[in-house]
Design a binder for this molecule. Structure first.
Ligand code: HH2
Length: 274
């Protein structure tokens, strides 16, 4: 089986990439359907931006944004809710979401109560403060230990489907992000499937600048987004979270299963050829 692709659907005015485009529930549902048609395995619906310095949104407003969209999509595609608030997670699960994508790594009790899956993501601090001066002795070891403890607690608490995510860009410098990508095997070797989200993120602008040396703008980060998603999938990530679903699904098909498995990268090519 190829790695899974989670499509991003932000029902917010201020997300760093798609902010303001899908605030209308009809437009948001239409975009969710387009992501599914492009091959997204899961559509990740969020009602609060987590970009550095983002303004927090009251729970009632977040629920107002995400619930109608989740209800519209849930019968057609698997839906996750991207939230840090228990009451939003509960409302989303009631509306048909089956996975809680949790950048605060705290909402496993809500997932357990609903029989849903849970993503534990690593973040240092909060979106308001996380990029002020992130520092680690050993970022890979610290993130791995944090995620292992969070995932073990959720599994022991009754969550049957637990994912871990290093939280690229959440309280991390570009060097931290690259170290986590380079050493993804340290997360993959554990018992929990790994999700990685690099799509269009700021560090890519500096790492892969425009030909004139200026940082690539958010609209010009598809090549670096695809490269890092492909890197993560080849390193064993079981899912990537992206804005550009069709292109990433192509890459996921090319990667196929993890290298070395008998139904690995060549199996898709064989199917296409026959
Ligand atoms: N990144 C973002 C949001 N949610 N969830 C997981 N599990 N992993 C991530 O890397 C991740 C995430 C940030 O991206 P985006 O949703 O596009 O922007 P914003 O937070 O501004 O809405």
């Amino acid at each position: 089986m190829r790695p899974l692709v989670m499509g991003v659907l932000n029902v917010t005015p201020d997300s760093f990439s798609d902010g303001g485009r899908f605030l209308d529930p009809g437009a948001a549902a239409a975009h969710g359907r387009a992501l599914a048609a492009a091959g997204a395995d899961i559509v990740d619906v969020g009602g609060e931006s987590s970009r550095p310095g983002a303004t927090p949104v009251p729970a009632a407003e977040e629920i107002r944004r995400v619930v109608p969209v989740i209800a519209a999509l849930a019968g057609e595609v698997r839906v996750s809710v991207d939230t840090t608030k228990p009451e939003v997670a509960e409302a989303a699960l009631d509306a048909g979401a089956t996975l809680v994508n949790d950048i605060s790594a705290s909402l496993w009790p809500q997932a357990a109560a609903a029989g849903a899956g849970w993503v534990a993501m690593h973040m240092r601090g909060t979106p308001a403060t996380m990029q002020l001066d992130p520092a680690y002795d050993d970022v890979v070891a610290e993130v791995a230990a944090f995620l292992r403890a969070a995932a073990d607690a959720a599994a022991a608490g009754g969550v049957g489907e637990v994912w871990i995510d290093p939280g690229i860009g959440f309280g991390k410098t570009a060097a931290h992000n690259l170290a986590l990508l380079r050493h993804l095997d340290r997360l993959v070797e554990g018992p929990y499937p790994v999700l990685v989200g690099t799509s269009r993120k700021g560090f890519l602008g500096g790492v892969a600048p425009e030909p004139d040396g200026t940082p690539a703008t958010v609209d010009d980060r598809l090549p670096a987004s695809l490269a890092t998603a492909t890197w993560a999938m080849l390193a064993g990530a079981a899912m990537v979270r992206v804005h550009d679903v069709a292109a990433t699904v192509q890459a996921a098909r090319l990667v196929g299963d993890r290298p070395g498995r008998s139904d690995g990268p060549h199996s898709e090519a064989k199917r296409v050829a026959t």
